[in-house]
Design a protein around this ligand. Sequence first.
Ligand SMILES: CC(C)(COP(=O)(O)OP(=O)(O)OC[C@H]1O[C@@H](n2cnc3c(N)ncnc32)[C@H](O)[C@@H]1OP(=O)(O)O)[C@@H](O)C(=O)NCCC(=O)NCCS
Length: 173
Amino acid sequence: MINLETAEYNVRPCKYEELQKVILINETTLPEHYPTYFYEQIIEKYPESFMVAELKKEPGKLAAYIMWRIERGISSFGIQLVKKGHLVSLAVSEPYRRKKIASSLLKNSMLEVKDYGVDEFVLEVRISNQGAIDLYQKTFGFKKIRIIEQYYRDGENAYYMALKVDDLNFDKT
Ligand SMILES: CC(C)(COP(=O)(O)OP(=O)(O)OC[C@H]1O[C@@H](n2cnc3c(N)ncnc32)[C@H](O)[C@@H]1OP(=O)(O)O)[C@@H](O)C(=O)NCCC(=O)NCCS
């Protein structure tokens, strides 16, 4: 699906000392910000699926990040209790968009989340964020499960989207 050999970036787990770079990307790309301890908790608990994209030509320069947490809840596809990989945040710095960086981060991190033993992947996305919705729906097969009214602080609604692990259409190579 994605040829990492020819890509301009490497996708790899985030290092603890890179958290400030991740926070900077978050603060310049998304209205949802978190305190530093929040990032620290995620990297401590789920280090394998907290990933960054580093530019090959500028080692140490990060273009994007993705982070997940694991939780239990009612299945989006039934009534049973399941283990979910919940996408906490994904952002690509503006100059590096439409180069499949988000796709590559999602693919690689979802395989790590799968290894945590989850049954489903879930996420929230602004209903106006058509680019991200297309990414989740068309590239990965996420389904819109429901609308969460006023999910965001500014009052915008979110789509709650989910994908069964069994419906992942790629494997570790
Ligand atoms: C959404 C975001 C993560 C996409 O990152 P990206 O690296 O540019 O995405 P990709 O290059 O992997 O895109 C893969 C596919 O997703 C869809 N897509 C991604 N961005 C899109 C956009 N702005 N408009 C329309 N479709 C888009 C397209 O189908 C695209 O395939 P194509 O380029 O062959 O048409 C990025 O724009 C971003 O960080 N936005 C701000 C933060 C944000 O919205 N995060 C998600 C919160 S839920």
